[in-house]
Structure formats: structure tokens, C-alpha cells
Design a protein around this ligand. Structure first.
Ligand code: HEC
Length: 142
């Protein structure tokens, strides 16, 4: 898996000219520091350090600056349509599944480029809590 991931990183680097494996270029706070933070704060850090933002703009307004992936703001509790025509409402379980197994359901009109990254279960929970917290921001933008 490590080998697969590094091949993927190089591939993305060549294709997009960005380092999708952000953890290598952006240092993460120490384990002790992370433990003192809230889940939402840790999730916000992982979103930056684990490469999510190379593809996902945080808001619709930033879309032009990143790859063609859904903005993470406004994703929670929205309804997504998949390539097979099925729909789903984004909740915590859906976010968790999407991060663990991104290719299982692909959003219609978007490329199936999202990689399955290696995360601890607690890190996935942190990411989910952060993405969920963005719902409030997207509401206040409207
Ligand atoms: C190489 C680009 C890329 C990276 C890196 C990436 N994603 Fe994605 N992601 C996508 C694309 C494209 C889609 C839409 C297609 C799909 O559904 O897989 C997507 C879809 C999603 C979805 C919705 C899934 C669905 O099927 O409804 C979530 C949630 C998500 N990404 C979260 C993340 C998180 C969290 C990270 C960082 C750990 C991340 N992504 C990293 C490209 C990326």
C-alpha cells in the first residue's frame, strides 16, 4: 500500500503540478499538541496537511483555483448525485465511507480521481467533524 500511495503521489504531482501528499511538505503539529485540540481543529489541520485541499476548494468561490472536486463547504447535509444516478444525503456515515473508500460512489460530473488515503479511525472522525462544522459557514454565506 505504501508503494501504491507513493506511485499515486508522483502521478498527481506530474499531472497537476501540486504535491497531493501534503503531509510531506506541511509539517503537522506534534501528537501532544494535536491531543490538546478539539476534533474540529484537528480536522482543519488534516484537511491542509493531507492534501485534501489540493483538489477540494473550501468554498464555491475558490473553485477555479483548485481541481474539479466538490467544495467541502456546503457538502454536509447536501444531496449528491452519483454516476449511476443514485442519490444520497451527506451525513457523518456518508463522509466516513467516502474518505475510506472514495471510489465506491463517485459524484456525477466529477472525475474518479480521489485517492484512498491511509488514516487512523480517529483521524477520519476529526475530518468528518471538521467538514460537518463547515455547514454553518455555508449557511451564513447564503
Ligand atoms: C486527487 C484529488 C483529491 C484529493 C487529494 C481528495 N479528494 Fe475528495 N474527491 C475528489 C473528487 C474528484 C471527488 C468527486 C468524485 C467522487 O465522488 O469521488 C471527491 C469526493 C469527495 C467527497 C464526497 C464523496 C462522494 O462520493 O460523495 C468527500 C467527502 C471528499 N472527497 C473528501 C476528501 C477528503 C477529506 C480528502 C483528504 C483526506 C480528499 N477528499 C482528498 C478528489 C480528491
Amino acid at each position: 500500500m505504501v508503494k501504491q500511495l507513493s506511485i499515486w503521489c508522483i502521478g498527481v504531482f506530474v499531472l497537476f503540478g501540486t504535491n497531493a501528499c501534503g503531509s510531506r511538505s506541511t509539517p503537522e503539529p506534534s501528537r501532544d499538541e494535536l491531543e490538546k485540540m478539539t476534533a474540529v481543529q484537528r480536522g482543519a489541520i488534516f484537511i491542509k496537511t493531507r492534501g485534501c485541499m489540493d483538489c477540494h476548494p473550501m468554498t464555491e468561490a475558490l473553485r477555479a483555483t483548485t481541481q474539479e472536486a466538490s467544495p467541502l463547504t456546503g457538502m454536509y447535509s447536501s444531496t449528491v448525485i452519483h454516476t449511476d444516478g443514485s442519490t444520497a444525503t451527506v451525513d457523518e456515515a456518508y463522509l466516513r465511507d467516502s474518505i475510506i473508500n472514495p471510489r465506491a460512489r463517485v459524484i456525477r460530473g466529477q472525475p474518479a480521481t480521489m485517492p484512498a488515503l491511509q488514516f487512523k479511525a480517529t483521524e477520519i472522525d476529526d475530518l468528518v467533524q471538521f467538514i460537518k462544522s463547515l455547514e454553518k459557514i455555508s449557511r451564513s454565506e447564503k
